[in-house]
Design a protein around this ligand. Sequence first.
Ligand SMILES: N[C@@H](CCC(=O)N[C@@H](CS)C(=O)NCC(=O)O)C(=O)O
Length: 90
Amino acid sequence: MSSSEAARKLLVGDGTTKLKLEYFNIEGVAEQVRIALTIAEVPFDDITVAFPDWAAKKPTTKHGQLPELILPSGKIVTDSMAMLRLAGEA
Ligand SMILES: N[C@@H](CCC(=O)N[C@@H](CS)C(=O)NCC(=O)O)C(=O)O
């Protein structure tokens, strides 16, 4: 399997569970990921967390920060540059 196929498989899975990108309702560090996923035609749910909801949400995240990319497998990617590399490869 090529690295491109492997990246797409991680992001799309078997197609039954959609990728989720969770971030604030700003461009910030996730906008590049949104754009790369869109260009790669990888479907994803663009989930935004409102700032007033962040205090309650923060302890539920892996490192107390966003963005989080939740893969169809349930694994969570917590660094936007890693997300960008995956999307760029797919
Ligand atoms: N290395 C991370 C940094 C993420 C990061 O700095 N997130 C900030 C927003 S850009 C955050 O969640 N701040 C809220 C907090 O720390 O409570 C990435 O680039 O994905």
